[in-house]
Design a protein around this ligand. Structure first.
Ligand SMILES: [Zn+2]
Length: 348
């Protein structure tokens, strides 16, 4: 891992200095030297160059320096599973090594579907092999009804059945970290900086875990009741400028995009139709009588209709509107782009 990362940094520098950023052009410049200098196998050298190229694909203005224990990619030529509990990996100094591995129930069931590449990741003293699996998406059912889901910040997801999946666990972790973070930021030492990074990482992983749980529950409920799932469509840039406070906040949150993505692929795998509806007015329209007015929304949480006095939690009221909007023919025509077929792979 350390040699590959050194080699990737070397390849990046060679390419950067020469102003070339593609696999073949950096290969020409650096391959032979990588082989002799870092003692890598042919395919490992190719992978090291690939790491630099991938980085340049995102940003050509900086020359990356890779961390000694950054993730490295293995492909079929340099790794293979040997039965259920062993993996053969190319490693220094002697070439192939057979490494025993452990995995959970979920991974076991999908073992035969592992495809192509795997990332070797080193975290907290342990090695992890991240594999990609291909799962066939079930044929979507054409639903007559939709479970409306309102995605937000205060409540991560609220559905039209009246369930609110709050972000309270995430918030309490964030809160716990905040004081520690302020303290660390004042310190400016290298150890403090490292600790800050760790905190950010653990927060992110926890939020990902929560997103997995929430999306799983929503998809399971839609599947069980034979309904589709409706979410608000993400708006284009022009509308975004005019968007309300909630929409703006939501659009900038990676956790929000991740939840949408999780919903999309889990729905596709389960054969649940996902529809995206126009987000305008979903939060100010009364789910009982259809009266639409800004004044209906009393506070962030509270909805009370000025026309019929219908009262509900604002997010739930919005979720009902979203579910209903998806049943209209116009909305069905706009079936979400991220829906079926496009999301088949996921990481274990
Ligand atoms: Zn009303």
């Amino acid at each position: 891992m350390e040699r590959v990362n050194e080699a990737a940094t070397f390849a990046a520098r060679k390419g950067f200095e020469a102003g070339v950023f593609s696999q073949p052009s950096i290969h020409k410049l650096a391959y032979a030297e990588i082989r002799s200098r870092f003692g890598l196998s042919a395919q490992m050298a190719v992978r090291a160059i690939g790491k630099a190229v991938e980085c340049f694909a995102r940003d050509k203005t900086v020359c990356p320096v890779f961390k000694p224990h950054g993730a490295i990619t293995y492909d079929e030529r340099i790794f293979s599973f040997k039965g259920l509990d062993r993996v053969s990996l190319w490693a220094l100094p002697e070439g192939r090594v057979i490494v025993p591995l452990v995995y959970g129930e979920y991974q076991k069931q999908r073992f035969d579907r592992i495809k192509g590449q795997a990332d070797l990741v080193f975290r907290k003293g342990k090695f992890y092999l991240y594999c990609t699996v291909n799962l066939p998406a079930s044929a979507p059912i054409q639903p007559g009804e939709f479970l409306g889901v309102d995605l937000g910040i205060a409540n991560i997801a609220s559905d039209s059945d009246g369930n609110r999946h709050s972000g309270s666990e995430i918030k309490s972790v964030r809160h716990r970290h905040r004081r520690l973070r302020t303290k660390l930021q004042k310190k400016q030492t290298r150890a403090a900086k490292r600790r800050l990074k760790q905190l950010a990482g653990s927060e992110r992983r926890f939020a990902t875990h929560v997103n997995h749980c929430i999306s799983k529950q929503i998809v399971a409920e839609a599947k069980r009741s034979g309904r589709g799932i409706a979410v608000e469509e993400l708006m284009g840039i022009r509308e975004r400028v005019k968007a309300g406070r909630k929409q703006r906040a939501v659009l900038h949150s990676w956790a929000f995009s991740q939840l949408r993505l999780f919903l999309a692929y889990k729905a596709a795998l389960a054969g649940v139709t996902l529809a995206a509806v126009d987000p305008r007015n979903t939060s100010r329209t009364c789910a009982a009588c259809g009266h639409c007015a800004k004044e209906n929304r009393k506070t962030q949480d509270q909805f009370r209709c000025c026309a019929c006095n219908h009262e509900a939690h604002a997010d739930i009221n919005a979720a009902v509107n979203i579910g209903r909007a998806a049943c209209k023919p116009a909305a069905l025509g706009e079936l979400c782009k991220m829906s079926h077929g496009s999301v088949k792979s996921r990481r274990l």
